[in-house]
Design a protein around this ligand. Structure first.
Ligand SMILES: C[C@](O)(C(=O)O)[C@H](CC(=O)O)C(=O)O
Ligand SMILES: [Mg+2]
Length: 295
């Protein structure tokens, strides 16, 4: 399908390398990320769990929880959305159903990982992974379920921490063979390892540049030199929003006024600009006349 979200994600990879993929914790931040020029957005599994449900990223949230975010975000942006589908949310038929529902909700692609269903954050210790065979089956089920051939199936492997580099690369290659369009090697620690993956798999490789994890905050230039095709910032804006929110709450509580933290805030004018508030207002006036409301 020309001009489907999947097609747009593949196009974006052609114009930008590494393609910067910005985590959007909700519909409004997606609009801001689009406005500053990102060409692709990300719906983080950790983000859905943490921000929408106040839960840790331990495989507790469901496909529907995630789909709801995808719906909301795809409703306000034309940018292609890469979505974190964790372990696929079930067995082969559930993975197939997940792919169709993600696609219908407006996703451009998903990544599915090889952790066991009771998953952990990729940058935490004691991860357990399924066998290579089981992971390959997840990818086969996903690739087979596509209704739009451009919809992107990205295989994420968490195997580095469990089985080492060679085994992780072998898994990634098996996933490509099974139909994965792109590879997400999780929690790598060196540029050299990214290069090894990129050389071996021959499909685009994503680097997850998440803060406070195992992967150093490599620059775009460094990633480009390691032949990385996508640079992901899954929770960067969310972490900053949380720190600012905490500061505002603490200040109001302690000082009895928010005067000292107003500088941290986005103004009403900026908010309305991103939302195109005045355009809506004009529409109202045009439809129903200008009298009657507050300004
Ligand atoms: C990319 C990730 O899967 C996510 O859900 O955003 C997380 C990010 C994080 O916890 O920093 C992961 O790397 O497991
Ligand atoms: Mg995740």
């Amino acid at each position: 399908m020309a001009d489907s979200p999947g097609w747009r994600l593949r196009q974006a990879l052609r114009v930008e390398k590494p393609l910067q993929v910005a985590g959007a914790i909700n519909a409004y931040t997606a609009m801001m990320a689009e406005r500053v020029g990102f060409r692709a957005l990300y719906v983080s599994g950790a983000g859905v769990a943490n921000a929408s449900f106040g839960l840790p990223d331990l495989g507790i949230t469901t496909l529907n929880d995630c789909l709801e975010e995808v719906h909301r975000i795809s409703g306000v942006t034309e940018l292609p959305l890469l979505v974190d589908a964790d372990t696929g949310f079930g067995g082969a038929f559930q993975i197939a159903r997940m792919i169709r529902q993600m696609s219908r909700a407006g996703a451009a692609g998903v990544h599915i990982e090889d952790q066991v269903m009771a998953k952990r954050c990729g940058h935490r210790p004691n991860k357990a992974i399924v066998s290579k065979g089981e992971m390959v089956d997840r990818i086969k089920a996903a690739a087979d379920a596509r209704e739009d051939s451009h919809f992107v199936i990205m295989a994420r492997t968490d195997a580095l921490a469990v089985e080492g580099l060679e085994a992780a690369i072998e898994r990634a290659c098996a996933c490509v063979e099974a139909g994965a369009d792109m590879i997400f090697p999780e929690a790598l620690t060196s540029l050299e390892d990214y290069r090894r993956f990129a050389d071996a798999v021959n499909v685009p490789v994503l680097a997850n540049i998440t803060e406070f994890g195992k992967t150093p905050l490599f620059t775009l230039e460094e990633l480009r030199n390691a032949d990385v095709s996508l640079a992901l910032y899954p929770l960067s804006a969310f972490r900053a929003m949380c720190a600012a929110a905490l500061q505002v709450y603490q200040t109001i509580r302690l000082e009895g006024t928010q005067k000292n933290v107003v500088g941290l805030m986005q103004t009403r004018e900026e908010l309305y600009d991103f939302l195109q508030y005045h355009g809506y207002e004009q529409k109202l006036d045009q439809l129903f006349g200008a009298e009657g409301g507050d300004s």
